[in-house]
Design a protein around this ligand. Structure first.
Ligand code: GAR
Length: 198
């Protein structure tokens, strides 16, 4: 794809914001194909809000029921008003309303803290994923970036990175290690996805 301007992305999440930070830093320091035009948080208290402020990226908070019409309308308007081409989920633990997927023509990515298709689906988010990996005595885990569909953690895989699980790992130490690879994977995977856009 030949583009003279960078692709405008919005990051949507409600967590600590470490992936949002990595996406912003990569855009600021490297020659990424995207620019972070907007950060959207579903909680005014989430760490991701602090990340947006630190990075000087416009921040919008949408609170309320993610399944409600108001949330969908507000999110849709924000994406339109900011001319967002790719929506990037980072620590967004709910299903995205189908109207938003349609509006974005499927250009929505998510990062999941395991090697999908294993350890995905409803209830598999955050620390729960790492607890399940440890309980299953897996010797390997990692992170997956995938295109978002109407079901949890399905959709085409854009990229994965693997790490060993040590016998001494706890869910928390595994989470820390997986986050480190997520921070490398996500900016590269967003660029890789952008290269496939027509
Ligand atoms: C990340 O580990 C991400 O993979 C996970 O939430 C964390 C958010 O951390 N997402 C899911 O579990 C989605 N199913 P961050 O706010 O520090 O980026």
């Amino acid at each position: 794809m030949l583009r003279s301007t960078k692709v405008r992305i919005a990051i949507l999440g409600s967590g600590a914001g470490s992936n949002a930070k990595a996406l912003c830093v990569a855009a600021r320091e490297n020659a990424t194909l995207y620019t972070v035009a907007l950060v959207i948080s579903t909680s005014a208290k989430a760490g991701i809000c602090e990340v947006a402020r630190d990075e000087g990226v416009e921040l919008c908070v949408i609170s309320g029921d993610v399944k409600g019409e108001t949330f969908t309308e507000q999110l849709g308007s924000l994406l339109q008003d900011h001319r967002i081409e790719v929506l990037v989920l980072a620590g967004f633990m709910r299903l995205l309303p189908p109207e938003i997927l349609r509006r974005m023509h499927g250009n929505v990515l998510n990062i999941h803290p395991a090697l999908l298709p294993e350890f995905g689906g409803k209830g598999m988010y955050g620390i729960h994923v790492h607890e399940a990996v440890i309980t299953a005595h897996k010797v390997e885990s990692g992170a997956t970036v995938h295109v978002v569909s109407e079901n949890y953690d399905e959709g085409a895989v854009v990229g994965q990175m693997r790490i060993p699980v040590e016998a001494t790992d706890s869910p928390l130490t595994l989470q820390e290690k997986v986050k480190l690879v997520e921070h490398q994977l996500y900016p590269a995977a967003v660029d890789q996805f952008i290269r496939t856009l027509k």
